[in-house]
Design a protein around this ligand. Sequence first.
Ligand code: PLP
Length: 427
Amino acid sequence: MQATAAQNRKAVAELAVNGGPKVRPDPFPGRHMLGVEEKAAVAALFDAAIASGNAFGYNGAAEEAYCQAFAAFMGGGYADAVNSGSNAVYVALRALELEPFTEVIVSAITDPGGMMPIPLLNCIPVVADAAPGGYNTDPDQIAALISPLTSAIVVAHIGGEPVDIEGIMALAKKHDIPVVEDCAQAHGARLNGRLLGTFGDLAAFSTMFGKHHCTGGQGGVVFTRSEALYRKARQASDRGKPFGLPQGSTNCIASLNMNLNDLAATIGKIQLEKLPGLVERRRALVARLTAGLKELSSIRIPALLPGAEPSYWFWRLEVNEDALTCDKAAFCRALAAEGVPVNPSYRAMPHEYDWYVNRRVFGTSGLPWSAPQYKGDPNREFPCPNAIAATGVQFNLGVHESWGKREVEDALTAFRKVEKAYLKMED
Ligand SMILES: Cc1ncc(COP(=O)(O)O)c(C=O)c1O
């Protein structure tokens, strides 16, 4: 629907960003992630510790139970609970025993913790652009980067939206390259009915407090269906302890202590029980919002891969700047002023940050890029035009399971209000 100039002027003046009344004066609800169930489980752990006189620790019954529950949730396999998602990526890569100065292909849009483990292993991050029109990478972007130096691929399912992991696995298999799925943002998401994290050789999850399910403040899980890789992961996450090796073996590799602990695992186990319902709720909310947003010409709802069932860590949307008198930034500013939780830009590209640009991994040495053993181009650049283009027009809506009918209605009202103000005029 085209607006007239007079309608536009009135609507612009009424925007909260210009001093008008907010659609949503009170804040959207918090997630209410932690409840009486977690509190009771933690209290029971304390009670047991007090009664026995022995502090709870790590790798105890509680952590074991969480790891088993996690593996069962994934449909079988092995889970090693660690103390962050970054360390889950590190441990997963460590389990692959990569040779130093080889290249690891990694998604452009990711968290620093999804990329930094690569140079910390003395490997070279080779950055795969996003597929056109989205945040996630795809098999074509990765195929263009595969070389004899490639030793692994780390692929992130950003925002809980499945990457074409089937295509990537087929490509990786052809070249005999192992794949780590970075599922930090994708707990419970599926592609063609299969849970993300079950496609790759290993998967890394973050369970910090902002993720779908958490283990308290921080945490992570390494998941694999391979017993051999699980053993390597356990060794890597606990100072090379000879996990799975014959009696009498000693610490077999140098590593750090990246274990989770029984307190965090106690929380995680309860959280895991809530995960399927939470993911369902997010999907239902997105379906309701989709029905409302479809009527608007200011918003494009990006297409998903066929068979994708995201778990919506956030919801990626696109502003149709062609239909508007403003750009995406102004549109999102106006939405936020109405009280809607939006992240206006997800240009989360760790290779644009200082640490990468200045090669600050091991002092000022420039290692691993500067090593004579590295046979690639240490100054190779990864401009990633698709990722930049997508993040230029797309933004994230912070939808989550605690939204109710009122939040959906308020969000849709705010979208309509902002569209009305900025729609291009007829005259
Ligand atoms: C894709 C991705 N990978 C890795 C991480 C690192 O996880 P953590 O913050 O638990 O270290 C995150 C965190 O948000 C992430 O989103």
